[in-house]
Structure formats: structure tokens, C-alpha cells
Design a protein around this ligand. Structure first.
Ligand code: TXA
Ligand code: MG
Length: 318
């Protein structure tokens, strides 16, 4: 597979209804023309993703919402204006032009404008909506570099736009309006509860592990490494686990134990943004370290820390 920064080449592939790997500020995506069911089906096949799990649609600018959504409630536009381009995904009622394959049969569509300049330029050049889930096999660790995408899909996709390491490193926050016209968070991510509160005036409800009918992709188990991962106090976990080879993922701390063959600190200065940026690549490395088990500590449960803890909890062994 090729990788590089050629957005004209990427645009040509998209126009042929093929799939391209794209960088975003959150994680890398597997993108195709959201208007073309023939192209979208390829995303589901590549990811081995169940068809009940809808995709996020990426658009070039706010006015593009009119082309794909029925109406644009003012409260939603206010959040879009504040946080787009950026890691916030908003649920709208969809227009017919978006095939039901994209939304897994739902009447709503999840939309965002990504802020990575390469992908933003691609969107502006194409003037098409791009459906793009994270570029990983369903249920596995999300990719934060072009290298991860190549490792996941090899020659099965023609091209990956290489935009370097993802700046944020964790997926977008997904929000929707409830029946009572209040916001609710379906997935914690790059925009924190606190940031949303500043715009809306209240802390939105969190709807983690919502009913499948509301957000089908938010299964309890996700982002899983191939070896078991346990979360908790590392010192306690070290006492409980008797494996010979252990990988440890800490937050602002180092641990001493002869069995530790891989040790990473998500942020030596306990900075949550840095921890988010390092999370998925650290999980990949721990997974490939030759250890029998990964022990990880949770981070401070505030700001983007909520998203980090959510991903660690879903990645943990059940
Ligand atoms: O940061 C991100 O959001 C990345 C980048 C590539 O933009 N994308 C991403 O996509 O994380 P994916 O497919 O891995 O996760 C999309 C999530 C799924 O959990 C899905 O269930 C939910 O969005 N979703 C999509 N459409 C929805 C809808 N209409 N209603 C509720 N949830 C929806
Ligand atoms: Mg994903």
C-alpha cells in the first residue's frame, strides 16, 4: 500500500468509490464517499464491522449541513460553531441523500468537521461528505499514525494520507439532543463535558453504554489488545497477577518489579492531553511487547481524562 500527502490522488480514489486512509486530529479514519452505498459497503467489509453500527460523516464546512441534514436546530449550530473544525460529533436528522447503509438504518446521521489540515483540504477539494470510522479492525485498538493503518489493512486499501501522529489521539465526543431538548453525551472524547458546559450552561448527561438502539457502536468491550488488560492500582495488580512477563501502563508514576518487561508512562507530568495523545500507541506497544498481560492505571477522571478512562475500561479484560 502507498502512503503520502497527495490529496489529489486521494480524491481520485474516493471518486472511484474506493476507500482511503485519512488522518484526523483524533484518530485515523477509513474514508469513502458518503453518498455512495457501493463505496460504503467496502468500509464495513474492511473493518469487519457489523452493519448495525453506523458511521460518522465528515463535511468540509458548516453550511454543508444543509445538504445532508433535515434541519439544523440553533442549539446544535451553536456547538458546531464553537467546536468545529474539531473533535465533536453531533447527531442530526438525515436527508435522503445519505444512504441508510451509512447510518445503519437510523433516521439520524452523526456529523463532524475534522481539523486536520490535510483532511480538511481533501474535503474542500472534493466537496463531498466522507463517511469514516476509525481505521482499525472492529473492536481492536484505534490507529493514531499512518503506520498503524498500514499494519491494520496492508494492501487491502490503495492509499493512506499520512498526516503524522494524531494531535489529540482519542476519538471525538459524540452528543445528541434528548427529547427534553437537553444535550446528552453518547461517547466521551476530545471535547470535554466542561467545555460543553461553557457553551450550553449545563453539564450534559452522560449516556455511556446506551441502549443499542441509541448508539449501536458503543459496546462495552472495544479497543481490545490481543493479550488481557487489567485496570486498577498497579501495585495491587502486581500482587494479584503471577505472570512472568508483565507490561505496565502508568500515569505519572514508575513501578519496580523484575517481571515488568515493558513499562510506559502515559504522561510523566500527569498531563491529561499528553496521556490522551499517547494512549492508543502505548496500548499497541504494550500489546506487541511479548508480555503475557497488561496492567494499567486509570487517570484523573476529569476533562479528557473521562475519555481516556472510558477507553481503558472498554479495553480491559472481561
Ligand atoms: O474521532 C472520531 O470520531 C473518529 C474519526 C475518524 O472521525 N471516528 C470514529 O468513528 O470514531 P467510529 O466509527 O469508530 O465510531 C463512531 C461511533 C460509533 O460508536 C457509532 O455507533 C456512533 O459513532 N454513531 C454513528 N452514527 C450514529 C448515530 N446516527 N446515532 C448514534 N450514534 C452514532
Ligand atoms: Mg472506532
Amino acid at each position: 500500500m502507498n502512503s503520502g500527502k497527495d490529496i489529489n490522488y486521494a480524491a481520485e480514489i474516493i471518486k472511484q468509490n474506493q476507500v482511503v486512509g485519512i488522518p484526523t486530529e483524533t484518530v485515523y479514519g477509513l474514508a469513502a464517499n458518503a453518498y455512495e452505498a457501493d463505496a460504503i459497503i467496502k468500509i464495513y467489509e474492511l473493518k469487519q464491522r457489523p452493519h448495525f453500527n453506523p458511521l460518522i460523516v465528515h463535511i468540509p464546512d458548516i453550511s454543508f449541513l444543509q445538504q445532508i441534514t433535515m434541519h439544523q436546530p440553533e442549539v446544535l449550530l451553536k456547538l458546531a460553531e464553537q467546536f468545529w473544525p474539531g473533535p465533536l460529533t453531533i447527531i442530526f436528522n438525515k436527508k435522503e441523500v445519505i444512504p441508510s447503509l451509512v447510518t445503519a438504518g437510523k433516521k439520524t446521521v452523526a456529523v463532524r468537521i475534522p481539523s486536520h489540515p490535510i483532511t480538511l483540504n481533501l474535503l474542500k477539494l472534493l466537496q463531498l461528505p466522507l463517511a469514516a470510522p476509525s481505521a482499525n479492525i472492529y473492536g481492536s485498538i484505534s490507529p493514531t499514525s499512518a503506520k498503524h493503518v498500514i499494519k491494520n489493512f496492508g494492501n487491502k486499501i490503495q492509499y493512506v494520507l499520512d498526516g503524522g501522529n494524531c494531535e489529540i489521539g482519542i476519538e471525538s465526543t459524540i452528543i445528541m439532543l434528548n427529547d427534553d431538548e437537553k444535550f446528552c453525551i453518547l461517547r466521551h472524547g476530545g471535547i470535554s463535558e466542561e467545555q460543553i458546559k461553557k457553551v450550553t450552561g449545563y453539564t450534559p448527561d452522560t449516556f455511556i453504554n446506551p441502549e443499542k438502539s441509541i448508539s449501536p457502536g458503543l459496546s462495552k468491550s472495544h479497543y481490545a489488545p490481543s493479550i488481557p488488560l487489567f485496570i486498577g492500582s498497579i501495585n495491587e495488580l502486581l500482587k494479584k497477577h503471577h505472570e512472568e512477563k508483565i507490561a505496565v501502563i502508568g500515569f505519572g508514576k514508575k513501578y519496580g518489579d523484575i517481571r515488568i518487561i515493558y513499562q510506559a508512562d502515559l504522561s510523566s507530568v500527569s498531563n491529561l492531553n499528553e496521556a490522551a495523545k499517547n494512549l492508543f500507541s502505548t496500548l499497541q506497544q504494550a500489546d506487541n511487547s511479548g508480555a503475557d498481560v497488561i496492567l494499567a492505571s486509570l487517570v484523573t477522571d476529569a476533562g479528557i481524562g473521562k475519555a481516556i478512562n472510558d477507553r481503558l475500561q472498554r479495553a480491559a479484560y472481561k
